[in-house]
Design a protein around this ligand. Structure first.
Ligand SMILES: [Zn+2]
Length: 106
């Protein structure tokens, strides 16, 4: 999983301006880590309201709330024309039919 850096905020711990980088955690929710010097970690996810407030302040941090599976783009698949009807073979008379169904001779 790639850690795409969404942006930076001021580190609340060491106070470095734009020192804390924000990435998405495994739940695709904002997660902060101070790159400047202190290594402070800031977990925003885990609380939808908190995430909402954070994203409200930092719109660039908002994208997804938990990846939604499925919902594939509807692609119209061209329907293949129905296969041409196979030429019906006329049943060939079994030349050995008389062996299988011997005429009852009395
Ligand atoms: Zn810091």
């Amino acid at each position: 999983m790639s850690k795409e850096i969404l942006g930076h905020i001021d580190c609340p711990a060491c106070g470095t301006v734009k020192g804390m980088r924000i990435t998405h955690d495994k739940n695709a929710e904002p997660f902060g880590f101070c790159e400047a010097e202190c290594g402070q970690q800031l977990r925003i996810g885990g609380n939808p309201r908190r995430v909402q407030q954070f994203v409200k302040r930092h719109p660039w941090a908002g994208t997804v709330t938990a990846p939604t599976p499925a919902v594939k783009p509807v692609t119209v698949t061209p329907t293949a024309p129905p296969p041409a009807p196979k030429p019906v073979k006329k049943p060939v008379a079994n030349p050995f039919d008389f062996l299988l169904h011997p005429k009852a001779t009395a």
